[in-house]
Design a protein around this ligand. Sequence first.
Ligand code: GDP
Length: 475
Amino acid sequence: ELANRMTERVADVVKFMMKQGEMMRANDMLDADMAELIVEEFGHTVKRVSEADVEIGLEGPDDDEGDLVGRPPVVTIMGHVDHGKTSLLDAMRSTDVVSGEAGGITQHIGAYQVTLESGDKITFLDTPGHAAFSAMRARGADITDIVIIVVAADDGVMPQTIEAISHAKAAGVPIIIAVNKIDKPEADANKVLTELLQYDIQVEAMGGEVQAIEVSAKEKMGLDNLTEAITLQAEILELQANPDRDADGVVVESQLDKGRGPVATVLVKRGTLKRGDIVVAGSQWGKVRALVNERGQQLKEAGPTVPAEILGLDGAPDPGDPFVVVDNEQRAREITEYRIRMKKQARGAGPTAKASLEQMLSRLQSGAGETSEAPLVVKGDVQGSVEAITQAVEKMSTEEVRARVIYGAVGGISESDVLLAQSSGAPIIAFNTRANKQARELAEREGVEIRYYSVIYDLIDDVRDTLSGMLAPEK
Ligand code: GDP
């Protein structure tokens, strides 16, 4: 690459290195001092830039006022378990006037967009409503313009309702209350609204500014009122974006698909993403081979807040990762290599001997008084679960023990995972994924424990039990 930049022949550079007594091949890594020496020797000017400069200018220039046009709002639905988040997300799809004619089977890709009769569009983030996913939701709120908090009218304000309110408030995102299940005889919408006052949510009926809409996701009642409330709130927010520029945005979901390879659902914030664009997403990059919507249809392009799966990345980025279109592959490579280096440095795993959950935890007891770190390696089937496990496990940290996921990734367990786990004294937590034969044998040989799970609650319970068991006072 250095030879390339100097427009010199690679062989000449390698030959020069040999003369210096350095045996190197064309793709070996050079340190900065050596690179400077070479550049000067070949008669070029050296300009040293810091590593962090790699990302400079990545976001591109700010938009001119005049280029901004209205864009659809991005909505996240939150609320207590069983209050009807999933049902409401499903029901809202029925407000779409184009899906019928377009056909196709709707799939969960992490987000979907509806077009209302009025022509207005709304984008819904379709994240799982599990408690362990709250961290992801909090992250999702970064791209969320409006939060709908579902409260079941027969159950009232519950712990996760309060959690959702604090997430939305922390993110400074306006809230719309959907009082759900009003079809039930025991429904008491007024009770819900009164309870909300305690959490500083003053709805319009109570003299406040928060819109509250009564709905039944099951009977598809009140949905038009809800979409109206959303478009009204969106108008107040004056949401705008410039569609005529290179796209950037956020990854909302990703997975390794057996047939299609790495697939990431992205939401464009500004600009228009096109097939053939070169994209950097987190520490992955690729040329967009195809853009696919939630109905499995191929798109030529995706403008602001249009959810689309992109195919063609070299790996699965993390949900919440930003993505950006860059000028060329060279630039994409440079940025992702830099990001991977930074990640590796941050990881910095220390050496220890055996790695099982019990051993890891018992080692921690020795460090009386101070906080000990409990390292874990997490592998899962999709980024969403890896993320959720990481958050949930790290949340279980106590004053004495801090669980830390030193590495979390999508895919089967490989030998290199086992090696990383072994060198850090970390057990491997496998969620809906398996180890290949070589990895299994290596783990057995090296005493690295691999624990398999298919239910996230089991996993969390297990870690918690082991943790509390190990920490119980000795008799
Ligand atoms: P989530 O956990 O918040 O995603 O809740 P779900 O959407 O899974 O709904 C939980 C339960 O409530 C399911 O059995 C639904 O059928 C039921 N449910 C959801 N919305 C309504 C509604 O409007 N009316 C009635 N009667 N039941 C509902």
